[in-house]
Design a protein around this ligand. Structure first.
Ligand code: CU
Length: 150
C-alpha cells in the first residue's frame, strides 16, 4: 500500500516534470518561430548597383544569403519572399508590408523583376516578408540604393 502510494507520487512528479518541460519546450519553440531568419541572413540588390544609370525596362535582381525563398502562404522555417520598395522609406516592421506601386510583392517566390520607372532619380530597397507579408524578427533589409533612369 505504502509502496503504491509512493509510486503514485513519483508518477505525479513525473507528470508535473513532463508538463513543465513541454511548456518550456513549447514556449522556446514559439520564441524561435518569431525569429525565423538566421542571424546572418542578408538581402541585397545584385543589380542595378548603387549610383548606376539605367534605361527602361529596369531589370532588378534580388540577392539573398542565409535564408531561403518560399512563395507567400508557405510555412517553412527560415524562408520568406522578396519585396521591392521604390522611392519610399521602410514600412512598419510589425505589420504586413503595403501592396501598392511603391511596395511590390514577389509572393510567387521570384528573384528578379522587370519594372518601368519615370526618368530621373529613384531609390530601391529590398525587404523580406514572411508568409503573411510581415517582416521577419529581426527584419532582413537591404541597403537602400539610388539609381538614375534615363
Ligand atoms: Cu508579400
Amino acid at each position: 500500500m505504502a509502496s503504491t502510494l509512493s509510486l503514485t507520487k513519483d508518477t505525479e512528479l513525473n507528470i508535473i516534470f513532463v508538463i513543465t518541460f513541454s511548456l518550456i519546450t513549447l514556449f522556446s519553440t514559439n520564441t524561435y518561430a518569431q525569429t525565423p531568419p538566421s542571424t546572418d541572413a542578408e538581402v541585397y540588390l545584385i543589380s542595378p548597383l548603387d549610383g548606376e544609370t539605367v534605361t527602361n525596362p529596369v531589370t532588378v535582381k534580388f540577392g539573398l544569403r542565409g535564408m531561403g525563398v518560399a512563395p507567400a502562404g508557405i510555412d517553412r522555417a527560415n524562408t520568406g519572399h522578396h519585396h521591392l520598395i521604390i522611392d519610399r522609406d521602410l514600412p512598419a516592421l510589425d505589420q504586413p508590408i503595403p501592396m501598392d506601386g511603391n511596395h511590390k510583392h514577389f509572393g510567387g517566390g521570384q528573384t528578379e523583376a522587370s519594372i518601368e520607372l519615370s526618368p530621373g532619380k529613384h531609390t530601391l530597397q529590398l525587404i523580406m516578408g514572411d508568409r503573411t507579408h510581415i517582416p521577419h524578427t529581426p527584419p532582413v533589409i537591404s541597403k537602400k540604393i539610388t539609381i538614375l533612369v534615363k
